[in-house]
Write a protein that binds this ligand. Structure first.
Ligand code: ATP
Ligand code: MG
Length: 190
């Protein structure tokens, strides 16, 4: 018997815990995680003097490589965890065609804004790679009081979706996230 693969999409606003959850979930399932920011970072290294702020010319090629990679895997029948901010306008056009090959499961990471501000402050101080992701601009917004969490518009696709609180570990926990991603048929098969 062959069942369709799952495309588990991890989305959420900056510092909501997407990358951490994508890695943990992929490891838990034993499958591949494709991370948009890793693909982008791999491009940034080959563009000396790259300026992460403003209209970043690497965003579009990174996006294309991200979706192309996912497409190869799901067309081959492989379940995959895909992680990106997944704002509606940018991502829906990339995700929609993949639903021909995979069952989509959308996970939205969430945590209160003060927690997000603390996480971003911490990593700007400790991790120079983050400069590539516009953290400083985000912090400036937060300090100026102009950061609006509602400007993050989550993807609206007709797919089951699960809200995961990442404030301290995961609520619901990994076992329930796994059930949500795999569904009863695949749980038995894995
Ligand atoms: N489940 C969690 N429980 C507690 N702290 C967490 C959790 N997930 C993430 N964090 C903290 O939040 C920080 C940011 O997490 P992560 O890098 O996964 O967020 P992100 O959504 O991928 O951010 P970005 O969109 O900016 O890439 C981590 O460095 C960690 O300190
Ligand atoms: Mg991330």
């Amino acid at each position: 018997m062959h069942i369709r693969p799952t495309l588990a999409v991890i989305s959420g606003q900056p510092a909501s815990g997407k990358t951490t959850l994508a890695r943990a979930l992929a490891q838990h399932l034993g499958c591949r995680a494709i991370l948009r920011d890793e693909i982008k970072q791999g491009m940034v290294m080959n563009h000396p003097g790259h300026d992460p702020d403003g209209d970043d010319p690497l965003n579009l090629p990174a996006l294309e490589a991200f979706f192309a990679t996912i497409a190869v895997l799901v067309r081959a029948g492989t379940t995959v965890v895909a992680e990106a901010a997944f704002q509606d306008r940018l991502w829906r056009p990339g995700l929609e065609p993949l639903t021909e090959f995979a069952d989509l499961r959308v996970i939205r990471c969430t945590t209160p804004t003060p927690t997000i501000a603390r996480r971003i402050t911490d990593r700007v101080q400790s991790d120079s790679h983050r400069a590539a992701h516009g953290d400083r601009a985000l912090l400036a917004d937060m300090e100026a009081g102009t950061y609006d969490p509602d400007r993050f518009v989550p993807i609206s696709l007709r797919a089951p979706s699960l809200l995961v609180d990442t404030s301290d570990g995961y609520a619901p926990g990994m076992a329930e996230i796994r059930r949500f991603v795999l569904g009863p048929g695949r749980e038995a098969a894995s």
